[in-house]
Design a protein around this ligand. Structure first.
Ligand code: FES
Length: 287
Protein backbone atom coordinates (compact mmCIF):
# COMPACT_ATOMS: atom_id res chain seq x y z
CA UNK A 1 0.00 0.00 0.00
CA UNK A 2 1.23 3.45 -0.90
CA UNK A 3 2.59 5.59 1.89
CA UNK A 4 1.21 8.66 0.18
CA UNK A 5 -2.11 10.13 1.21
CA UNK A 6 -4.94 11.11 -1.07
CA UNK A 7 -4.09 14.77 -0.37
CA UNK A 8 -0.60 14.21 -1.75
CA UNK A 9 -1.99 12.39 -4.78
CA UNK A 10 -4.42 15.25 -5.41
CA UNK A 11 -1.61 17.77 -5.12
CA UNK A 12 0.53 15.69 -7.47
CA UNK A 13 -2.22 15.87 -10.09
CA UNK A 14 -2.41 19.63 -9.55
CA UNK A 15 1.34 20.01 -10.05
CA UNK A 16 1.40 17.92 -13.22
CA UNK A 17 -1.51 19.95 -14.63
CA UNK A 18 0.62 23.10 -14.44
CA UNK A 19 2.80 21.84 -17.29
CA UNK A 20 2.12 21.10 -20.96
CA UNK A 21 1.13 17.46 -21.43
CA UNK A 22 4.14 16.73 -23.63
CA UNK A 23 6.51 18.17 -21.02
CA UNK A 24 5.10 16.70 -17.84
CA UNK A 25 8.56 15.60 -16.70
CA UNK A 26 9.18 19.29 -15.94
CA UNK A 27 6.96 18.70 -12.90
CA UNK A 28 9.61 16.51 -11.31
CA UNK A 29 11.24 19.20 -9.15
CA UNK A 30 8.03 20.30 -7.37
CA UNK A 31 6.93 16.66 -7.13
CA UNK A 32 10.12 15.79 -5.27
CA UNK A 33 9.38 18.58 -2.81
CA UNK A 34 5.87 17.19 -2.46
CA UNK A 35 7.01 13.71 -1.50
CA UNK A 36 9.56 15.28 0.85
CA UNK A 37 6.69 17.16 2.48
CA UNK A 38 5.00 13.88 3.32
CA UNK A 39 7.94 11.81 4.52
CA UNK A 40 10.48 14.46 5.49
CA UNK A 41 12.87 13.19 2.85
CA UNK A 42 12.86 11.67 -0.62
CA UNK A 43 12.60 7.97 0.20
CA UNK A 44 12.76 5.09 -2.28
CA UNK A 45 8.95 5.10 -2.12
CA UNK A 46 8.99 8.81 -3.00
CA UNK A 47 11.23 8.17 -5.98
CA UNK A 48 8.90 5.37 -7.15
CA UNK A 49 5.87 7.62 -6.67
CA UNK A 50 7.35 10.42 -8.82
CA UNK A 51 8.41 7.90 -11.48
CA UNK A 52 4.92 6.43 -11.59
CA UNK A 53 3.17 9.80 -11.76
CA UNK A 54 5.40 11.09 -14.57
CA UNK A 55 5.95 7.89 -16.52
CA UNK A 56 9.71 7.96 -15.87
CA UNK A 57 11.93 5.22 -14.56
CA UNK A 58 13.34 5.31 -11.04
CA UNK A 59 16.89 5.86 -12.26
CA UNK A 60 15.83 9.08 -13.99
CA UNK A 61 14.10 10.36 -10.87
CA UNK A 62 16.98 9.26 -8.64
CA UNK A 63 19.49 11.09 -10.83
CA UNK A 64 17.65 14.37 -10.25
CA UNK A 65 16.94 13.76 -6.56
CA UNK A 66 20.61 13.10 -5.81
CA UNK A 67 21.84 16.12 -7.77
CA UNK A 68 20.16 18.85 -5.70
CA UNK A 69 21.09 19.22 -2.05
CA UNK A 70 17.62 20.47 -1.11
CA UNK A 71 16.31 16.95 -1.63
CA UNK A 72 17.23 14.94 1.43
CA UNK A 73 17.91 11.22 1.08
CA UNK A 74 17.50 10.27 4.72
CA UNK A 75 15.09 11.35 7.48
CA UNK A 76 15.63 14.97 8.43
CA UNK A 77 14.78 16.97 11.55
CA UNK A 78 11.89 19.40 11.92
CA UNK A 79 14.34 22.24 11.42
CA UNK A 80 17.14 22.23 8.90
CA UNK A 81 19.84 24.61 10.10
CA UNK A 82 22.16 25.58 7.25
CA UNK A 83 25.27 27.58 8.10
CA UNK A 84 27.08 29.30 5.25
CA UNK A 85 30.77 28.47 5.34
CA UNK A 86 31.56 29.88 1.91
CA UNK A 87 34.22 32.53 1.37
CA UNK A 88 32.51 35.76 2.47
CA UNK A 89 30.76 34.28 5.49
CA UNK A 90 33.82 32.27 6.38
CA UNK A 91 36.07 35.30 6.74
CA UNK A 92 33.35 36.89 8.87
CA UNK A 93 33.15 33.91 11.22
CA UNK A 94 30.81 31.41 9.50
CA UNK A 95 33.03 28.42 10.20
CA UNK A 96 33.15 29.33 13.88
CA UNK A 97 29.35 29.46 13.93
CA UNK A 98 29.15 26.03 12.28
CA UNK A 99 31.77 24.47 14.56
CA UNK A 100 30.08 25.86 17.67
CA UNK A 101 26.68 24.49 16.61
CA UNK A 102 28.17 21.10 15.72
CA UNK A 103 29.75 20.83 19.15
CA UNK A 104 26.67 22.15 20.95
CA UNK A 105 24.24 19.83 19.11
CA UNK A 106 26.69 16.91 19.03
CA UNK A 107 26.11 16.32 15.33
CA UNK A 108 28.16 16.67 12.20
CA UNK A 109 27.27 17.77 8.70
CA UNK A 110 23.93 16.39 7.51
CA UNK A 111 23.25 14.75 10.85
CA UNK A 112 20.18 15.07 13.07
CA UNK A 113 19.96 15.53 16.82
CA UNK A 114 18.74 12.56 18.84
CA UNK A 115 15.40 14.29 19.55
CA UNK A 116 14.75 14.66 15.81
CA UNK A 117 14.46 18.44 16.09
CA UNK A 118 17.51 19.77 14.25
CA UNK A 119 19.48 18.72 11.22
CA UNK A 120 22.72 20.66 10.80
CA UNK A 121 24.48 21.25 7.52
CA UNK A 122 27.17 23.53 6.25
CA UNK A 123 26.03 25.31 3.12
CA UNK A 124 27.60 26.93 0.11
CA UNK A 125 26.84 30.60 -0.55
CA UNK A 126 23.25 31.34 0.49
CA UNK A 127 23.12 34.47 -1.69
CA UNK A 128 23.10 36.81 1.28
CA UNK A 129 26.79 37.74 1.47
CA UNK A 130 25.89 41.32 2.44
CA UNK A 131 24.49 39.96 5.70
CA UNK A 132 27.25 37.51 6.55
CA UNK A 133 27.75 35.39 8.39
CA UNK A 134 24.32 33.99 7.71
CA UNK A 135 22.47 30.83 8.57
CA UNK A 136 19.03 29.69 7.52
CA UNK A 137 16.42 27.64 9.32
CA UNK A 138 14.24 25.84 6.79
CA UNK A 139 15.52 28.42 4.27
CA UNK A 140 14.52 31.49 6.29
CA UNK A 141 17.39 33.84 7.07
CA UNK A 142 19.12 34.71 10.29
CA UNK A 143 21.57 37.44 9.36
CA UNK A 144 24.82 38.50 10.95
CA UNK A 145 24.88 35.60 13.39
CA UNK A 146 27.66 34.82 15.81
CA UNK A 147 28.17 31.57 17.73
CA UNK A 148 26.16 32.80 20.70
CA UNK A 149 23.09 33.93 18.75
CA UNK A 150 23.16 30.76 16.63
CA UNK A 151 23.14 28.60 19.76
CA UNK A 152 20.26 30.72 21.09
CA UNK A 153 18.23 30.03 17.95
CA UNK A 154 18.68 26.24 18.05
CA UNK A 155 18.02 26.10 21.79
CA UNK A 156 14.76 27.99 21.32
CA UNK A 157 13.76 25.65 18.51
CA UNK A 158 14.47 22.57 20.61
CA UNK A 159 12.43 24.08 23.46
CA UNK A 160 9.42 24.37 21.14
CA UNK A 161 9.78 28.06 20.29
CA UNK A 162 9.84 29.61 16.85
CA UNK A 163 12.33 32.49 16.77
CA UNK A 164 11.64 35.14 14.15
CA UNK A 165 13.99 35.14 11.18
CA UNK A 166 15.71 38.42 10.36
CA UNK A 167 13.88 38.66 7.05
CA UNK A 168 11.02 36.87 5.34
CA UNK A 169 8.12 34.86 6.63
CA UNK A 170 7.86 33.27 10.06
CA UNK A 171 9.29 29.81 10.58
CA UNK A 172 7.50 26.60 9.75
CA UNK A 173 8.67 22.99 9.85
CA UNK A 174 10.72 21.51 7.05
CA UNK A 175 7.74 19.44 5.90
CA UNK A 176 5.55 22.55 5.80
CA UNK A 177 8.25 24.38 3.87
CA UNK A 178 8.43 21.52 1.37
CA UNK A 179 4.73 22.02 0.62
CA UNK A 180 5.44 25.66 -0.21
CA UNK A 181 8.43 24.70 -2.35
CA UNK A 182 6.13 22.36 -4.24
CA UNK A 183 4.17 25.48 -5.19
CA UNK A 184 1.36 25.66 -2.64
CA UNK A 185 0.58 28.78 -0.64
CA UNK A 186 1.48 29.22 3.01
CA UNK A 187 -2.01 29.09 4.50
CA UNK A 188 -1.13 30.49 7.93
CA UNK A 189 -2.83 33.79 8.58
CA UNK A 190 -0.41 36.67 8.03
CA UNK A 191 2.43 34.25 7.40
CA UNK A 192 3.90 36.21 4.53
CA UNK A 193 3.22 39.64 6.01
CA UNK A 194 6.33 39.61 8.19
CA UNK A 195 9.65 41.17 7.39
CA UNK A 196 10.80 42.61 4.10
CA UNK A 197 14.04 43.33 2.29
CA UNK A 198 16.90 44.47 4.51
CA UNK A 199 18.74 47.78 4.15
CA UNK A 200 21.93 46.31 2.60
CA UNK A 201 19.82 44.85 -0.23
CA UNK A 202 18.21 48.22 -0.85
CA UNK A 203 21.42 50.25 -0.70
CA UNK A 204 22.01 50.24 -4.47
CA UNK A 205 18.41 51.22 -5.16
CA UNK A 206 18.56 54.08 -2.69
CA UNK A 207 21.79 55.42 -4.20
CA UNK A 208 20.29 55.23 -7.68
CA UNK A 209 17.21 57.15 -6.55
CA UNK A 210 19.29 59.69 -4.68
CA UNK A 211 21.53 60.41 -7.68
CA UNK A 212 18.98 60.14 -10.48
CA UNK A 213 20.47 57.00 -11.96
CA UNK A 214 18.19 54.90 -14.13
CA UNK A 215 18.66 52.26 -16.80
CA UNK A 216 17.97 54.06 -20.11
CA UNK A 217 14.85 52.77 -21.78
CA UNK A 218 13.99 50.29 -19.02
CA UNK A 219 10.28 49.69 -18.78
CA UNK A 220 9.25 47.64 -15.74
CA UNK A 221 6.01 46.81 -17.58
CA UNK A 222 7.80 45.18 -20.50
CA UNK A 223 5.51 42.38 -21.62
CA UNK A 224 6.81 38.84 -21.66
CA UNK A 225 7.13 37.49 -25.19
CA UNK A 226 5.56 34.13 -25.87
CA UNK A 227 6.73 32.00 -28.76
CA UNK A 228 3.24 30.80 -29.60
CA UNK A 229 1.14 33.87 -28.91
CA UNK A 230 3.37 36.74 -29.93
CA UNK A 231 3.91 39.70 -27.68
CA UNK A 232 1.10 40.40 -25.28
CA UNK A 233 1.15 43.69 -23.40
CA UNK A 234 0.58 43.60 -19.68
CA UNK A 235 -2.84 44.87 -18.58
CA UNK A 236 -2.88 48.66 -18.60
CA UNK A 237 0.23 48.98 -20.80
CA UNK A 238 -0.06 51.60 -23.55
CA UNK A 239 0.94 50.08 -26.88
CA UNK A 240 2.70 52.63 -29.11
CA UNK A 241 1.38 53.01 -32.65
CA UNK A 242 4.31 54.97 -34.07
CA UNK A 243 7.07 52.46 -33.40
CA UNK A 244 8.41 54.54 -30.52
CA UNK A 245 8.54 52.58 -27.29
CA UNK A 246 6.84 54.16 -24.30
CA UNK A 247 9.05 56.05 -21.88
CA UNK A 248 9.97 54.16 -18.73
CA UNK A 249 7.27 54.44 -16.11
CA UNK A 250 9.75 55.71 -13.52
CA UNK A 251 10.99 58.41 -15.89
CA UNK A 252 7.44 59.52 -16.65
CA UNK A 253 6.65 59.71 -12.97
CA UNK A 254 9.87 61.58 -12.25
CA UNK A 255 9.18 64.05 -15.04
CA UNK A 256 5.70 64.70 -13.74
CA UNK A 257 6.95 65.15 -10.22
CA UNK A 258 10.05 67.14 -11.20
CA UNK A 259 12.28 64.78 -9.27
CA UNK A 260 15.98 64.16 -9.69
CA UNK A 261 15.54 61.34 -12.22
CA UNK A 262 15.50 63.80 -15.11
CA UNK A 263 17.28 66.68 -13.44
CA UNK A 264 20.31 68.06 -15.27
CA UNK A 265 23.63 66.62 -14.21
CA UNK A 266 26.48 68.94 -13.25
CA UNK A 267 27.53 69.25 -16.90
CA UNK A 268 24.09 70.42 -17.93
CA UNK A 269 23.10 67.20 -19.76
CA UNK A 270 19.99 65.27 -18.73
CA UNK A 271 21.23 62.61 -16.30
CA UNK A 272 18.91 59.95 -17.69
CA UNK A 273 20.28 60.37 -21.24
CA UNK A 274 23.95 60.14 -20.53
CA UNK A 275 25.49 56.84 -19.49
CA UNK A 276 28.83 58.51 -18.75
CA UNK A 277 27.14 60.97 -16.41
CA UNK A 278 25.39 58.08 -14.69
CA UNK A 279 28.64 56.24 -14.19
CA UNK A 280 30.21 59.38 -12.80
CA UNK A 281 27.27 59.81 -10.44
CA UNK A 282 27.65 56.20 -9.32
CA UNK A 283 31.37 56.64 -8.72
CA UNK A 284 30.75 59.73 -6.62
CA UNK A 285 27.87 58.10 -4.80
CA UNK A 286 29.90 55.09 -3.79
CA UNK A 287 33.06 56.96 -2.75
S1 FES B 1 29.24 33.59 1.23
FE1 FES B 1 27.70 33.32 2.75
S2 FES B 1 25.91 34.06 1.82
FE2 FES B 1 27.41 34.29 0.27
Amino acid sequence: MSVFTETTRERAREIVARYPADRSRSALLPLLHLVQAEEGYVSPAGVAFCAEVLGLNKAQVGAVATFYTMYKRKPTGDYLVSVCTNTMCNVLGGQEVYDTLAEHLKVGHDETTADGAITLEHAECLAACDYGPVMTVNYDFFDGVDPQTAVGVVDELRAGGRPMPTRGARLCTLKEMAVQLAGFADEREGAVADGGPGEPSLRGLRLAQQHGIAVPGYDPNTPIKRKDAGEKPAPGTKVPTDGVPPAPRDAQAAEAAGTAANAPASDGKPAGDDAAAQQQNLREATK
